[in-house]
Design a protein around this ligand. Structure first.
Ligand SMILES: [Zn+2]
Length: 401
């Protein structure tokens, strides 16, 4: 976006992530350390230069990053998805997010910063913002879903802080307003594009409704006749979704088609059922006039997700969103009849296609990077809005980046 920034340093505890950064961004970023604590301490082993490096004494205008989300995941596992079961200080990983990040603010003192966090962090946001406020920052949080910019849904909290030197509250309010406008603008563009494509209509005619009711009844009867003694969880979910859409439980309409290969799809009963159910439901929910070719286009399924987490609705499709795409690292494309590669995954998040050479990075490492990657488009927009902040003394005096 033409922001004349000079990235000072970054950190990632994964070796292949450091290698990726050093390979493709060597000309842009000064240093890549192993640990966040290296950033706090201002020195550590550097993947760009291959030895010990120091960044002590360098003024940081804008810091960005993802607060570690694993503490939140562990906390959810431990507390059963509620924050009420124990005090926040008792949560495993509390220190990593709260103390580690606050150390960074007090030691490095960036003029302004932004961080991405999972939505599960929301109950702790107030406490987190209070700590940052005590450290001298005006803090705001907004929800951004990268599906507004790329194909893959991924709602996240974007938390931003502004020191007095960066304009404090005026800058924080500017940030929220500009981000909301940017998102509204992109949504408007997408809606206009969807209208331009046209043709996706929800079905509601009476004949269609009675035809589906008959199919539902048939599916229910068939289910009763075949019901085994014990269902696993995914089978229960699948049965319910199939029955709601008038699809017999045993139907395998996708693999019954000629020349279906399902390249790269692991042949486990759960995953095969996920593919079949997704296709069957997509057919059941589509207007009878829609062509198979048209239906396949843009239809995906995340194979490492449970069927229950696949939001398959005609309404979502009408909004121009891929109906079944959720966060994950293994997507099957019905159109391509194959799983998407790690490189393809990175491209779906908006990363340039020339940044993932298979001769340097294995398929599993690329997938892993894709699973943790920031969406390039919204990252750029947040950075751009931060760069345009007109409220800081550091900026107006020319002492910024
Ligand atoms: Zn270095």
């Amino acid at each position: 976006m033409g922001v004349p920034a000079e990235p000072v340093a970054g950190a990632d505890c994964k070796k292949h992530a450091r290698e990726y950064g050093a390979k493709y961004y060597k000309h842009m970023i000064g240093h890549i350390f192993e640990w966040n604590s290296d950033l706090v301490n201002g020195r550590g082993r550097c993947a760009v230069r291959g030895g010990e490096c120091s960044i002590c004494g360098i003024a940081v205008a804008t810091a960005s990053g993802g607060l570690p989300c694993q503490p939140c995941t562990r906390q959810r596992q431990k507390t059963g998805n509620t924050q009420k079961t124990q005090s926040q200080e008792m949560h495993p990983g509390h220190d990593e997010v709260f103390e580690g990040f606050l150390d960074f603010l007090s030691e490095v003192g960036p003029a302004q910063w932004w961080a991405e966090e999972v939505m599960d962090f929301e109950p702790q946001l107030h406490e987190f913002a209070k700590c940052c406020t005590r450290a001298g920052y005006a803090v705001r949080a907004i929800t951004v879903d990268q599906v507004d910019f790329v194909l893959v849904p991924r709602p996240r909290l974007i938390i931003a802080g502004f020191s007095h030197a960066a304009g404090h509250k005026a800058a924080a309010d500017y940030f929220v307003k500009e981000m909301q406008e940017a998102i509204a603008f992109v949504r408007g563009q997408k809606a206009a594009a969807a209208v331009g494509v046209g043709g996706v209509v929800d079905t509601a005619d009476p004949d269609e409704i009675s035809r589906r009711a008959a199919l539902q009844e048939q599916a229910r009867v068939e289910d009763l006749a075949r019901a085994p003694r014990h269902f696993s969880k995914w089978q229960v979910h699948s049965s319910k979704i199939r029955s709601d859409n008038g699809v017999p439980r045993s139907a395998t309409p996708w693999s019954a088609r000629s020349n279906v290969v399902m390249s790269g799809v692991p042949r486990t009963p759960r995953i095969l059922d996920l593919v079949e159910t997704t296709w069957a439901v997509a057919v059941a929910q589509s207007p009878t006039t829609i062509q198979t070719k048209q239906l396949k286009k843009g239809l995906w399924v995340g194979l490492n997700q449970d069927i229950k987490r696949q939001p398959i609705t005609a309404a979502k499709r009408a909004r121009g969103m891929p109906p079944v795409m959720t966060t994950g690292t293994m997507y099957y494309s019905f159109e391509a009849d194959a799983t998407i590669s790690g490189k393809g995954n990175l491209q779906l998040a908006g990363h340039p296609s020339d940044r993932a050479s298979r001769s340097f990075f294995s398929e599993s490492k690329l997938r892993d990077l894709a699973g943790e990657t920031f969406c390039a488009a919204y990252c750029s927009i947040v950075s751009f809005v931060m760069y345009c902040n007109p409220h800081g003394e550091w900026w107006r005096s020319g002492s910024g980046p």
